[in-house]
Design a protein around this ligand. Structure first.
Ligand code: PLP
Ligand code: COI
Length: 336
């Protein structure tokens, strides 16, 4: 049994005992297997290294109030990874193989599943890489699928607390018809100049659409959500990742009688919102206290405490994930 202080875990990597791997050659996937070997024997000219042929995912397993293990909406992650694979000319991982690999990673690392009540969870990082050696520019035909489990605490330390965002019009995360809708490593590398500049000032980065720099795209590596009266607002954009957390929150918002709208959202509309937040698997909901727009010399303020609507949605989702509320939509797969 590993000695882990669950209460102080942040969003950091803890080495698991086992990872899970499966290879694919010429369109045929092999069976996944668990291994203690965390190193790849990878050709220096592999397409993932040379041309960024790589995609990844992020999902969580929860130890519930009833002691049962729940994996949240993994089929949605499998589908999204298949879309990312197609977006980068990779052979998609079949949904069944994806599910089998997640279960294997869980079963082989049960001591890494944080106990109920700690707020920590077991995060899975599925990864798909191109392994064909190539120097000529083009996609490969060989791939490796890997699932790396790691227990994690909150993405933003301090539990459910507010973060401040700063607008950057000089670095675009993804082009309107580019790869922003896919979860591929290149998007994150492309965002580092902006996110690191924001961190240096003590903020997170708010990305606007790359064409007009007018509409809200993404909050760092998370979707944006805002509350305006009884309306749940979230951006429609071809450059943002379709967040599974956001999709779940939209369902919960509708259930509580809110109007849910997905449309282009001008930055200035923040002035008319009562609450705003970033949402994603890692942070769930991270309320925003302020958004700074230094070029326009404007600050949008939401207050230093999380607002009531997003607080309610946060707890509604967490209650389903931890088995405290009925899972009406069958979002959780229970593992006995
Ligand atoms: N947007 C980006 C760029 C992300 O990396 C993530 C995290 O996966 C999200 C949004 C949130 O997506 P999800 O809720 O599926 O984790
Ligand atoms: C998320 O899982 O919510 C993310 O933002 C992914 C990030 C840690 C890469």
């Amino acid at each position: 049994m590993k000695e882990i202080d669950w209460s102080t875990l942040g969003f950091h990597y803890t080495e698991p005992d086992y990872i899970v791997r499966a290879a694919c050659h010429n369109g045929v996937w092999e069976e996944p297997y668990a291994t203690k070997d965390k190193f790849l024997h990878l050709h220096v000219s592999a397409t993932c290294l040379q041309y960024g042929q790589e995609a990844f995912e992020g999902l969580k397993a929860f130890r519930g109030v009833d002691g049962k293990i729940r994996i949240f909406r993994w089929r949605e992650n499998a589908k999204r990874m298949a879309r990312s694979a197609e977006g980068l000319y990779m052979t998609p991982v079949p949904e069944e193989l994806f599910g089998k690999a997640i279960r294997l990673a869980l079963e082989n690392n049960l001591d890494l599943l944080p106990p109920y009540g700690t707020g920590a969870t077991l995060y899975f990082r599925p990864l798909l890489i191109g392994t064909t050696p190539r120097l000529g520019v083009g996609p490969g035909r060989d791939f490796e699928f890997i699932v790396i489990p790691s227990p994690i605490g909150p993405y933003y330390p301090g539990k459910f607390h507010c973060t401040t965002f700063i607008v950057n019009r000089h670095v675009d995360r993804a082009a309107p018809n580019g790869t922003g809708q896919f979860k591929v490593g290149g998007n994150y590398a492309a965002s580092f100049r902006a996110t690191e500049a924001a961190h240096a000032l003590g903020y997170d980065c708010l990305f606007l659409d790359a064409k007009y720099h007018r509409y809200i795209d993404e909050c760092s590596a998370a979707n944006f959500i805002g509350v305006k009266g009884n309306e749940y607002l979230t951006p429609r954009s071809s450059a943002i990742l379709p967040s599974i957390t956001n999709d779940s929150l939209m369902t919960l918002a509708k259930e509580k009688g809110m109007k849910v709208t997905r449309r282009h959202i001008r930055l200035e509309e923040l002035a008319h919102m009562s609450e705003a937040a970033a949402c994603g698997t890692a942070c769930v909901i991270s309320p925003i206290d302020r958004v700074l727009d230094p070029e326009k010399n404007r600050t949008y303020t939401f207050g230093t405490e999380p607002g009531p609507v997003l607080t309610e949605l946060y707890h509604a989702l967490r209650d389903i994930q931890f088995g405290r509320a009925e899972d009406k939509h069958h979002w959780c797969d229970i593992i006995d």
